[in-house]
Design a protein around this ligand. Structure first.
Ligand code: NAP
Length: 247
């Protein structure tokens, strides 16, 4: 059976690296983006040049309407067999005592409500109890779920803690329905996300605090995601791989 994967936020960073590796492993790749069409089309083009199949879909995954439309747009391509809930945002660094409700709503809606919505749509299509053939889901969390990101982004860290609880809970709900749900927790990875938090050079500033004394690459995270999605991880569900250089 043709394997079809959806990677939310697949246009850049960890999502783009996951898309390229998934194509190399024989998946039809559907990537989602919110604004950067050019970056998404570049990922699709690279996969096409390597002989793979790829499609890009614009959708804001924090919008329920957009998520429903996204999954309906993918339905004709093939039954979705893998989902990577990869979208995550950071807002500028600040302490909790200065965070507004608008910011908190944006971070929680984009980072965790989106994960519930995409997982719901995937389960409807994958569950053997609902006529599907099973599947595998990986949630891209963060070591921030463990550290709390004090002085920087406690809201972001809390959204990732919620993601980890959701991963454990939903994995048990669907374990008998042919669906495995796992998570990865990256540490400091070289992507654009740090610039959106106001500090493009953040990884280099703090890499000395990592036991391995370096930041990670998107590709190192992608490899763990693809392993968890694969049959190699067939007896693993509700579990996590930290990719954080020992942090
Ligand atoms: P990134 O480089 O900033 O890329 C973010 C991706 O998400 C882009 O493809 C972006 O699309 C998309 N996106 C953002 N908001 C969206 C929305 N509302 N709807 C749909 N797509 C949206 O991020 P990254 O560093 O690769 O992070 C990926 C995941 O890893 C996140 O969940 C992040 O929290 C997690 N993580 C990252 C690190 C790290 O150090 N980088 C560490 C731990 C965890 P556009 O291109 O259209 O903007």
């Amino acid at each position: 059976m043709q394997k079809t994967i959806l990677i939310t936020g697949g246009s850049r960073g960890i999502g783009a690296a996951t898309a390229l590796l998934a194509a190399q492993k024989g998946y039809q790749v559907c990537i989602n983006y919110v604004a950067n069409k050019e970056a998404a089309l570049q990922v699709v083009e690279t996969i096409h040049q390597q002989g793979g199949k790829a499609f890009a879909f614009q959708a804001d995954v924090s919008s329920e309407e957009d998520v429903i439309a996204l999954f309906e747009a993918i339905d004709p391509i093939g039954p979705i067999t893998a989902l990577v809930n990869n979208v995550g945002i950071l807002e500028p660094q600040m302490r909790v005592d200065t965070m507004t409700a608008d910011r908190l709503n944006r971070v929680f809606t984009t980072n965790i409500v989106s994960c519930f919505l995409c997982t719901r749509e995937a389960i409807k299509r994958m569950s053997t109890k609902q006529g599907g053939s099973g599947g595998s889901i990986v949630n891209v969390s963060s070591v921030a779920a463990r550290t709390g990101s004090p002085g920087e982004y406690v809201d972001y860290a809390a959204s990732k803690g919620a993601m980890d609880a959701m991963t454990i809970g939903v994995s048990k709900e669907v374990a008998e329905e042919g669906i495995r749900v796992n998570g990865v927790r990256p540490g400091f990875i070289y992507t654009d996300i740090h610039a959106s938090g106001g500090e493009p050079g953040r990884v280099d500033r703090i890499k000395g605090s990592v036991p391995m004394k370096r930041g990670g690459s998107p590709d190192e995270v992608a490899k763990a995601i693809l392993w968890l999605l694969s049959d190699e991880a067939s007896y693993s569900t509700g579990t996590f791989i930290d990719i954080a250089g020992g942090r």
